[in-house]
Design a protein around this ligand. Structure first.
Ligand SMILES: [Zn+2]
Length: 484
């Protein structure tokens, strides 16, 4: 089952069809349904716990503010005690990124050794400073999230507090309050770097960022899970009704603002996990996937798009006339430079013989990604898995189509089969909109990884620091939530 239509043309068509909305494809990979190859240990559940670690490594590898996506693959040679991380980006991978990853790995190795020495005991203070390295590297991206969400979250919390008796907050709302205070405190300190990137934070400030972030993670987790994951929406709706405005995207704000620290916490959990420890004792190698692009010419005129659509649908329909005009208008007649997305480029690279010792080491089936896969990548990976003896998975797909998108290899049977699958989804979409009937018109470990938090005492300390600052700002505690 294949088609001769160019998969690039079909991906462009899907991008036009869904115009940035989700296509409703299944989003999450269920690891229990898949067998895994090449994991850290020979144990399925433990290897599933390494998924979020690879995602965390990819996430903290993003340093640019916009349009940087990173994928990371893992290979392990336990006989030789060697491990290789292979890094891919939609663009070229920089030296800086490889250095950064190597440093992070070293840090995790040191932590792992220290933890083994003090197992069961408490961490010493020097460990608390560790997060500053990943935070510093990813600070630009983090600032973008802060700019987008923190003021709105602050205002939302203030509105909640105005409607409740402050001292009697409990359950979900108390957790939300604690989460927001801790988050805003951490943001306030990190924002000093935003105001002036040359600013340096003192050790004590990094420690405050760290402890408040971990405290926020804990409470955010409770808040997001509340009432079968509807608590945020219920509260946001209540306030929206009261203020006669659209509901605040509370869940999204909390997820975005805690994403970096959740990933850092996952990496700390990795260093602390006795099961995963061997991986950190191995010698680390890194490789980078060269940037890959294709130059693609789409049908240059409405007439050419019309013939393309007729072949795709195997018939002429009236709706194709309008679509052909719109397609020609939106894509024009220029040549497109289509980058191969990092997860597909990485898979193709791992699959192709590179003539080095790693050719014989099967890669781990899970690929860590800093962003969910697009629909074209989802379908390409699915086709690859059907056609080869290896299997690869990413966290899930956000169900959106992007253009430009480049296929990793332009020859071989995979191309036609992938194109057919895209075409089938296009036809299914037309069918669901009743366009084909007549000739009428019309993006973790259960997935948190190894977890790790503050000790009870550290948590009490962190809360006390927060409470004192909130009281200090006046307004019976409300002053803290004023716009800065
Ligand atoms: Zn993609």
């Amino acid at each position: 089952m294949a088609t001769n239509l160019d998969p690039h043309h079909l991906v462009a068509l899907m991008c036009y069809t869904f115009k940035g909305t989700q296509d409703g494809s299944p989003r999450r990979v269920d690891p229990s349904l898949h067998s895994l190859q090449g994991g850290i240990v020979d144990h399925h559940e433990t290897n599933v716990r390494t998924f979020p670690i690879l995602d965390a490594l990819a996430h903290i590898s993003v340093s640019r503010k916009e349009s940087q996506v990173v994928a990371i693959g893992l290979q392990l040679n336990s006989q030789k005690q060697e491990i290789r991380l292979t890094v891919a980006e939609n663009q070229s991978v920089t030296h800086g990124l490889v250095n950064h990853l190597t440093k992070i790995w070293r840090k995790l190795q040191v932590l792992s050794v220290e933890y083994k020495k003090n197992r069961g005991g408490r961490w010493d203070k020097s460990e608390l400073r560790s997060p500053q390295m990943p935070k510093k590297y990813s600070v630009k991206k983090q600032m973008k999230r802060i700019d987008k969400w923190s003021t709105r979250l602050r205002r939302f919390m203030k509105e909640v507090l105005k409607r409740r008796v402050f001292l009697y907050l409990q359950g979900f709302e108390l957790s939300l309050y604690k989460a927001v205070v801790a988050l805003l405190l951490a943001i306030e300190v990190v924002s000093k770097l935003h105001d002036n990137p040359k600013n340096k934070l003192m050790e004590s400030e990094w420690e405050l960022v760290y402890s408040q972030s971990i405290l926020a993670n804990k409470h955010v987790k409770i808040v997001l899970a509340d009432r079968k994951e509807f608590g945020c929406e219920i509260l946001a709706q209540e306030l929206a009704d009261h203020l006669s405005q659209d509901p605040f995207q509370l869940r999204r704000a909390l997820e975005k603002l805690t994403s970096l620290s959740r990933h850092i916490e996952t990496l700390f959990g990795f260093a602390h996990s006795p099961h995963l420890r061997p991986a950190l004792q191995y010698h680390l190698f890194t490789s980078t996937v060269p940037k890959m692009v294709h130059t693609v010419k789409l049908p240059p005129s409405p007439q050419k798009w019309k013939s393309f659509l007729e072949v795709a649908c195997d018939k002429h329909y009236d709706f194709q006339e309008t679509q052909a005009v719109e397609l020609a208008e939106s894509f024009g007649s220029r040549k497109w430079v289509c980058p191969v997305h990092c997860e597909c480029g990485l898979i193709q690279y791992l699959y192709t013989k590179q003539r080095n010792k790693w050719d014989r080491v099967p890669p781990f089936s899970y690929i860590g990604v800093s962003k969910l896969s697009c629909s074209a990548c989802r379908i390409w990976i699915e086709t690859f898995n059907e056609q080869s003896e290896w299997r690869f998975y990413t966290r899930c797909s956000h169900g959106k189509w992007y253009w430009p998108w480049g296929i990793p290899r332009t020859e071989g049977p995979l191309v036609g089969v992938m194109a057919r699958k895209v075409l089938d989804e296009y036809l299914a979409h037309l069918d669901s909109h009743k366009l084909l009937r007549s000739n009428s018109d019309s993006s973790g470990a259960s997935s948190d990884g190894a977890s790790h938090g503050l000790s009870d005492d550290e948590e009490k300390d962190a809360e006390a620091v927060g409470a004192a600052i909130v009281q200090d700002r006046g307004g019976g505690g409300l002053g803290f939530f004023d716009d800065k």
